[in-house]
Design a protein around this ligand. Sequence first.
Ligand SMILES: [Zn+2]
Length: 423
Amino acid sequence: MSDLSVCRDILADLVAFPTVSSESNLPVIAYIADRLADVGARVEIFTDETGTKANLFASLGPEVSGGLMLSGHTDVVPVDAQMWTSDPFELVERGGRFYGRGTCDMKGFIACCLARREMLAEAAQEKPIHFAFTHDEEVGCIGAQALVAHLKDREVRPGLAIVGEPTLMQVIEGHKGCCEYTVTFTGRSGHSSAPDAGVNAVEYAARYITRLMELRDGLIERTPVGSRYDPPYATLNVGGLEGGMSHNVIAPRAVLKWETRPVVAEDLGYVKREIADYCRTRLLPEMRRHTPEAGIETEVIGEAAALFPKNANSARDLAFALTGESRADVVPFGTEAGFFRKSAWMLSSAVPARSIKPTSPTNSSVPNSLASAWPCSTGSRSIGYERRRRYRGADRTGPSGADPRHHPRAHLHAGLSARRAAF
Ligand SMILES: [Zn+2]
């Protein structure tokens, strides 16, 4: 059986696990664990407090620091209300491309890792090769944060990481953060003819939004010198507002969803500090003047750390050596790499890969997500992946909204540990 056939069969198995973030990923983790154990990997599985999600960390080679970690997430975004032309959880090959949810983001990468596991075991004789496959990346890198918490006190640490996110086959050395919040405004209901008798939650939410828009302008003014991003400044988006009951009823409750993508850590600190000050000094005192129980509660859906480009980056240099590229780029979407570096768990820096997955987030979350049918090489490079064919453009069969800056997120699973924030 050819390398491509082996890889395709594994990818078909992986796609068949419907690992939408709201569902358990335990079966796919067990599948991956079995295959890595086959080649002698030391496999550890860390289950979350709900018992329905797990991270996998596995190692080949000597138990020493250094070496390479291959990183990916096992969850996928939902398929609800999308116009698929085939079963999204059945791999379909058409015109030399594979279609199915997660083929691109990012089961294709995991399939390649598993397809070449024997070669990787061989390559790990002197330096270790690790695998980190996580849960709930799509809802705020929750799994990666938990994995780092489990491993950060260990003396043996990976040297660098390649994160197999879709990057249009480019070496990526930096990305913005992605921080998402849901804010609930609680007021007091009443008849609209007596506005002073109630507290209108929708109106306070609107004032909160207005302040966010001012802060968005402030982020543009704070554009870091030399920023390579497009756009070069941190962005802020109000994604949704729900609340109220009827034309003539004072709205007792409103729920606001917003996110920001900081270029540097100071951007996030600025937004959080300013909006918290505004709530504390303006909105809350007014809301509670006659209604002490009124309030504003912020739920942190996820705070994916940015990966700031560095001059010295051995992960980037390894990607150059493996691919022959000499230029690295930055992207506006987040990955788990930011957490690995931010935690100081990695000895060196991490970089999203010029990966084995030759498409981009542009099509990763739309119906009919695809991965090109790439040649799996048998090359002699140290981790064995040779240059892939250039991505030739995705079929735009999905709806608009495929811009990675608008990457849709699955709804937070009820059992996940969303955090309450003070701001
Ligand atoms: Zn991804």
